[in-house]
Design a protein around this ligand. Sequence first.
Ligand SMILES: NC(=O)c1ccc[n+]([C@@H]2O[C@H](COP(=O)([O-])OP(=O)(O)OC[C@H]3O[C@@H](n4cnc5c(N)ncnc54)[C@H](OP(=O)(O)O)[C@@H]3O)[C@@H](O)[C@H]2O)c1
Length: 302
Amino acid sequence: MHESNWSEANIPDQKGKIIIITGANSGLGLEAAKALCKKNATVIMAVRDAEKGEQALQEIKRETPAADITVLQLDLADLDSVHSFAKIFHQKYSRLNILINNAGIMYPSKREVTKQGFEIQIGTNHLGHFALTGLLLDLLKSTPHARVVTQSSLAHLNANIRLNDLNWEKTYSRTQAYGQSKLANLLFTYELDRQFKANHIDAMATAAHPGITRTNLMRTSGFFVNLLTPLVAQKAEMGVLPILRAATDEHLTGGEYIGPNKLMGIRGYPEQVRSSKRSHDLQLAKDLWSLSEKMTGVHFNY
Ligand SMILES: NC(=O)c1ccc[n+]([C@@H]2O[C@H](COP(=O)([O-])OP(=O)(O)OC[C@H]3O[C@@H](n4cnc5c(N)ncnc54)[C@H](OP(=O)(O)O)[C@@H]3O)[C@@H](O)[C@H]2O)c1
């Protein structure tokens, strides 16, 4: 990778680029929307609560009055909502330069499920984004140099994929279920990038993680996480840099994983980092892909 201490200043002008950011009303998604609006992108904030989205949009407009930004409702925990988002997006736009799969939920206080009955973390963090990407694939294919960028986590490192019980119906661990969903984000990214290349599609997939960043994510994490997080966590303006680099660095060719470069990946400037051996397991990626197609009913038509 070329620049060290890569920052927002390194983002090239994004004028003319249409960018969807999921979870753009809060934390890292909001920060990414702010940065990309400053670089003249057309930003679509895909948010589950339109009112929260509108408030975030106003906050962005106060900082960047000329921001070209729109709110569109999307609940990743409901495949019907994912389908209607994709339908409305197709009616309004004829291309998609960058899809940022950022939204996420971590450690709900008890096992919860999505509208279709998926465990909420795999359902929101992976399956919802899998379906969204598949339903927008035609636009990604027809837009030159399109990118799909997905937010993972250090939590993928010790995780595995429960192919026989992806929804944690037999036993439940909220921490392992989160780890599984974040490993799924990486297996998805690498497989998608391989499929783009194998099908000679002018698009790429990259992934990022923000180390540990102060956002609203930890609100249901419990006493100890809430006590310890402020001691090590970085600000959202730093934590957002990996996903911004994964989305905009023109030196990337696909399949890269970008994360903070200091303190075992907890904080620092964004650089290419290594993910677990399991995240590169080709068979596991294919098995997860088939299962995700079966569970969501969304098939990728290259
Ligand atoms: N912060 C960290 O230290 C950290 C570390 C590793 C990875 N990450 C990842 O970074 C991403 C962003 O998290 P964050 O830290 O910015 O947390 P955050 O402030 O809680 O933001 C999460 C966003 O995801 C949205 N979201 C949750 N469920 C959704 C659903 N069903 N449909 C649509 N949107 C949904 C939230 O919407 P509402 O506001 O309506 O809830 C919110 O906009 C997540 O993927 C997370 O796993 C964060």
